[in-house]
Design a protein around this ligand. Structure first.
Ligand code: PLP
Length: 369
């Protein structure tokens, strides 16, 4: 079965092998050496001054960023399930909250953000997704972050890059915290989150807030290549391996392949009549609006051994989402779009003629060179 859900993503065999060794103790020079290497690689991936890893799913890192970086009032962008979640975290901690709400296919508008900030000098943190996975949407995060810092450099810009870090290069010049999760673009099993931090963020964190998710305690320990509490050693070994593989390929090549696969998948799907859902599609996944999405997913799973994701909430049964994150062989993606074309044939939408695979191959090759 090909796992083509936008998280969890398949774990490469070399990474699974690296994680299959005996458990090592986390307070040892052996582990510290591995963690040091992984940290160095992680900072290169983020392109940021500091980073921390947390033994939690991605949501834990979202919470840690809100509690450690916001003080009074937070502006959040809600264009899907994960943007909505930032708002719920802010409220759970009793912080004041302003939300910019958009339909799930619509990116945030920099002018709306500026207007919200102009109205409210108490806002000291801003939260947004880079790629909002609910609708496969890419927000113009870099542009918004720049505008925010132009208005007030003290506002902390928190970007959830869980389906963006490791997918495309992200300009972190104006971003204070960039969040990644193990089970999405980093091709690891679930259970670990990572945060890239700016110097300004480290300064704002100060003594930190909370206990387990106190980022000050983690920064202090992780700078010494250890963690405040028991480290997720197996996942860190896996992270070190996966980043080693990506570095061996080279980031330019890695990002170019992901982009080529995403553009080729999009073009192939559109060529057989699929309607892409978001107005600004992310490279991390292809989200297709389809009233019979469940039938497409069932046919793919039962007849072509392809597992893709559906939609959530009001898009349940009306969306199917195909992953692009990770080191995915292009022949697997070519099979997936081919399977969608076969499904449409079986659903009497359009007779199969091999268009999807042909278009995929053409566009993939055109974007690789
Ligand atoms: C998956 C995901 C998360 C975090 O989810 P967890 O289940 O807590 O790992 C957060 N934001 C986005 C955009 C995601 O895709």
């Amino acid at each position: 079965m090909l796992l083509f859900t936008p998280g969890p993503t398949p774990v490469p065999e070399a990474v699974r092998m690296a994680m299959a060794g005996p458990t090592i103790h986390h307070r040892t020079p052996e582990f510290e050496a591995i963690f040091k290497e992984a940290r160095t690689r992680l900072m290169r991936l983020f392109g940021m001054d500091e980073c921390v890893v947390l033994a939690s799913s991605g949501t834990g890192a979202m919470e840690a960023c809100v509690t450690n970086l916001a003080r009074k009032k937070v502006l959040t962008v809600n264009a899907g399930k994960f943007g909505e979640r930032f708002g719920k975290i802010v409220q759970a901690f009793g912080l004041e909250h302003v939300e910019l709400k958009y339909p799930w296919d619509t990116p945030a508008d920099v002018e709306d953000v500026k207007a919200a900030l102009a109205d409210d000098p108490d806002i000291d943190a801003f939260c947004i997704q880079v790629s909002e996975s609910a609708g496969g949407l890419r927000h113009p995060v870099e542009e918004i972050a720049k505008a925010i810092k132009g208005l007030n450099p003290d506002i902390m810009v928190i970007a959830d890059g869980i389906t963006a870090v490791g997918v495309e290069p992200i300009d972190t010049t104006y971003i204070d915290a960039l969040i990644a999760g193990s089970q999405k673009a980093l091709m690891l099993p679930p259970g670990m989150a990572m945060i890239g931090l700016s110097d300004a963020a480290v300064a704002r964190i100060g003594e930190g807030r909370g206990y387990y998710f106190n980022l000050a305690s983690e920064i202090a320990k992780q700078r010494k290549n250890t963690t405040a509490y028991t480290a997720p050693t197996t996942l860190i070994i896996g992270l070190n391996k996966v980043l080693e593989m990506v570095e061996a390929k080279g980031y330019d090549r890695f990002y170019r392949e992901t982009r080529a696969r995403a553009l080729a998948t999009r073009a192939a799907l559109e060529a057989v009549g699929c309607v892409l859902y978001p107005k600004t599609p992310a490279l991390s996944m292809s989200a297709v609006y389809d009233e019979e999405a469940n039938m497409v997913r069932d046919i793919l799973k039962n007849e072509y051994d392809v597992n893709i994701a559906g939609g959530q909430d009001h898009l349940k049964g009306k969306l199917f989402r195909i992953n692009q994150m990770g080191l995915i062989p292009p022949y697997e993606s070519a099979w997936v779009v081919n399977a969608v074309e076969w499904a449409y044939d079986k659903m009497d939408r359009r007779p199969y003629d091999g268009t999807a695979a042909r278009v995929f191959n053409e566009i993939y090759q055109a974007n690789l060179s």
